[in-house]
Design a protein around this ligand. Structure first.
Ligand code: MRU
Length: 350
């Protein structure tokens, strides 16, 4: 994405350091942060300096490469085992995190006694993961844009744009393609996405910088917009998809999908196949993160709720496959079913 005339990825490697956009400061400040230790990278994922499935995956891959740089020659393999465990403990739901740590770890296994070579391999694989994420999202844009007719009003939830991936995004990529490459007229309604407001803070910022007309709506507004016939389709992202096509995504997605069904609005999910976890039979098997209640009780550190009251903060929900019109992947648009997902021939990440 272009910011201030310069193209940025959300996360990248530079001179043995991991660099990324500090997403907690957006939209008020655009800042790049630099990390030299894998534990700093763990903290960045945990505190959501970077977030969104693809960006977390890219960051996890680079985190493994950074661990390899810092690992002592003696006990190299043990150090890497610990780094993998630490990175995987940061956030439980985004499948791309585990996809990345496992790919890097599997690749260095053959060089247990050759740390120099293992370091090279770890970085090569991390760079491949980031490139694959960017390429897949670009292809998602191309496939998904075919669903968009000029004049469409599109609803999206949370941020599954460029900031949630290494580049392009998943849910927003078809919109970027439709507008930029195909010159279609599009309008986006971005759910603000309580509690962390990724829609209001990040999606709106991205859309603004890409000159996509949009408005932010409270999460409880979209039903009324659908009732008034103002939404033509929904496109959302995903953090993990089970092999039966059930989709885990930011809390509120299930409500949106149910609302879309009630109003006959097609509900699409956009995700690279690296988000599909074939070891999860259904959405029930997807681990769902629960976060600090403070995120609900406060906004930007200011208490908004009654003192003495507590809150539930489930970060993701599961939308059953039957509510999903199609999954827009880099391989094309597929029906959310075991048969179609099986045909992708994906391997489990161990
Ligand atoms: O908690 P986050 O911000 O990491 O949540 C991830 C998301 O942004 C969404 O769930 C998104 O729609 C899918 S991630 C590409």
């Amino acid at each position: 994405m272009i910011v201030n005339g310069k193209h940025y990825r959300t996360v990248w490697w530079q001179a043995n350091k991991v660099k990324m956009i500090e997403q907690n400061m957006l939209p008020n400040r655009f800042k790049i942060v630099t990390y030299t230790k894998y534990k700093q990278v763990c903290n960045a994922i945990y505190t959501m300096v970077t977030r969104g499935a693809g960006a977390i995956g890219g960051t996890a891959g680079y985190g493994m490469a950074l661990a390899a740089v810092n690992a002592p020659d003696k006990n190299f393999y043990k150090f890497m085992q610990k780094a993998k465990k630490d990175i995987e403990a940061t956030r439980p739901t985004a499948q791309n995190l585990f996809y990345a740590t496992n790919l890097v770890f599997e690749a260095i296994k053959d060089y247990k006694n050759d740390p120099k070579k293992a370091r090279e391999v770890a970085l090569e694989v991390a760079e491949d993961i980031a490139q694959e994420d960017s390429d897949s999202c670009e292809r998602i844009g191309r496939h998904g844009s075919k669903l968009i007719k000029s004049g469409y009003n599109i609803s999206t939830h949370c941020n599954a744009g460029w900031l949630a991936f290494v580049d392009w995004g998943s849910a927003l990529s078809p919109i970027y393609w439709a507008k930029m490459k195909q010159k279609k007229k599009v309008f986006v309604y971005a759910d603000e996405t309580r509690p962390r407001l990724q829609g209001a803070k990040l999606t709106a910022w991205e859309l603004f910088h890409n000159k996509i007309p949009h408005k932010i709506v409270c999460d409880n507004t979209t039903g009324a917009l659908m009732q008034r016939g103002l939404i033509d389709m929904c496109i959302v992202g995903s953090d993990r998809i089970a092999r039966n096509g059930d989709v885990a995504n930011k809390i509120g997605t299930y409500t949106l999908a149910t609302m879309a069904k009630a109003h006959g609005v097609p509900f699409y999910v956009a995700a690279p196949t690296s988000t599909i976890d074939i070891t999860c039979k259904s959405g029930k098997d997807i681990p769902i993160e629960e976060r600090d209640e403070k995120e609900v009780l406060e906004i930007d550190g200011i208490r908004i709720a009654n003192h003495g009251s507590h809150a539930v903060n489930i970060a993701f929900d599961v939308t059953p496959a039957k509510l999903v019109a199609g999954i827009i992947t880099e391989q094309g648009i597929i029906k959310p079913s075991w048969k179609k997902i099986q045909a992708l021939n994906l391997q489990p990440v161990s």
